[in-house]
Write a new protein. Structure first.
Length: 365
């Protein structure tokens, strides 16, 4: 959590501690703080502040956005298109929808992880009511062509949702320009507090609440809104937006430094998105030949480096990464996957030191 976000959180917790739905002055202060936070965030995506609803994070935003949109769609339009590489919150949710009468088509990406408009067109049906395609993948960093997808679906009159948790604040997002009906975002991915995110639904799109009778957040989500969290989220969003292009250049340099440092061991380490331009530069997905990712993660941890073997939302599952399998790798190879994530404060020296330690672990395996 950034210093600015933490400072604003503490100030808001002291001055805007009331229930934003209450009519007294203390509630009014909370409501004004919440409204200002809503506007800051929607300005970042060129949206209408009336369409932003705060949630407990990206996963809840994903589920509530999709279900609320589906509740507003004609029942006969029960076909959904999504992908095999969505975040677990959506993938498992779409699986559950199949047991509730929905027909769901899970698109397979190409070997680089991309989904094309042709892939989507091939699965469109007369009863397709919703398409949900993530913007950026958390495991391999691939960025999907959501502007082209949005243009296609806009012509067909089909609702389009995108999980933008990984890209919000890291890549420009203009919801009007990309013809998107709804997106999901999260605070802790941009150095805001954990436990708060948001869903944006274009105010012109009809939706219905998941829980009828809900009053908070215009009926989108029940429960008292975390006003200090929203203020800190907005602060983090404003800061990361101001530094977006600087951060992109920073990540690209660190990525190059990392790749160069791995050259002594390039026959054992494969960077999955090395030659892809449409990828998040802060995510480095690796396959280490002959060594399982769990071992690499534990050894790196022993030397003070925190890496992952997949989405943190799937930790504890013994199965290999669903995303890596979708790229065409077998289970044995998929278990050799590790993910390195770069941050705004990561230095070139840290990256090079880590690369040397990684090589040392591999050579001593």
């Amino acid at each position: 959590m950034s210093e600015n976000a933490l400072t604003i959180y503490m100030k808001a917790a002291k001055s805007a501690f009331g229930n934003s739905s209450s009519l007294h002055d203390i509630g009014g202060m909370a409501a004004r703080t919440l409204q200002a936070s809503r506007k800051i965030i929607t300005d970042m995506i060129c949206g209408n502040e009336k369409g932003l609803y705060f949630t407990s994070g990206g996963s809840e935003a994903n589920i509530l956005a999709v279900q609320s949109l589906l509740n507003g769609v004609d029942l006969k339009n029960n076909h959904i298109i999504t992908t095999q590489i969505e975040h677990s919150s959506l993938y498992t949710f779409f699986k559950s929808l199949q047991t509730r009468g929905y027909e769901v088509s899970f698109l397979e990406p190409n070997k680089q992880g991309f989904i094309s408009t042709d892939d989507i067109t091939s699965k469109l049906q007369s009863n397709t009511g919703l398409v949900s395609i993530q913007h950026g993948n958390s495991e391999i960093g691939v960025v999907q062509p959501i502007k082209e997808i949005g243009r296609l679906l806009k012509k067909r009159g089909i609702l389009f949702h995108s999980d933008c948790v990984q890209t919000f604040g890291k890549l420009p997002i203009n919801v009007e320009d990309i013809h998107i009906d709804a997106i999901s975002i999260s605070s802790h991915k941009i150095y805001g507090p954990k436990g708060i995110g948001a869903a944006y639904i274009n105010p012109s799109v009809f939706w219905q609440p998941v829980i009828p009778g809900t009053t908070h957040e215009s009926g989108f989500r029940p429960g008292t809104v975390d006003v200090p969290g929203a203020a800190a989220f907005a602060t983090a969003a404003k800061d990361v937006s101001a530094n977006m292009y600087t951060n992109i250049e920073h990540y690209l340099k660190l990525r190059k430094d990392f790749v160069d440092s791995l050259k002594p061991c390039k026959d054992r380490i494969k960077l999955l998105n090395e030659n892809n331009e449409n990828t998040l530069p802060n995510i480095l997905p690796l396959l280490v030949d002959g060594i399982e990712g769990q071992y690499m993660m534990l050894e790196c941890n022993r030397f003070g480096f925190a890496i992952s073997t997949g989405s943190a939302c799937q930790v504890g599952m013994q199965a290999p990464s669903r995303t890596i399998l979708a790229l065409g790798y077998d289970e044995q190879k998929a278990k050799q996957y590790i993910r390195i994530s770069l941050g705004a404060q990561t230095s070139s020296e840290e990256v090079q030191t880590f690369a040397k330690q990684l090589i040392n672990i591999i050579e001593n395996f």
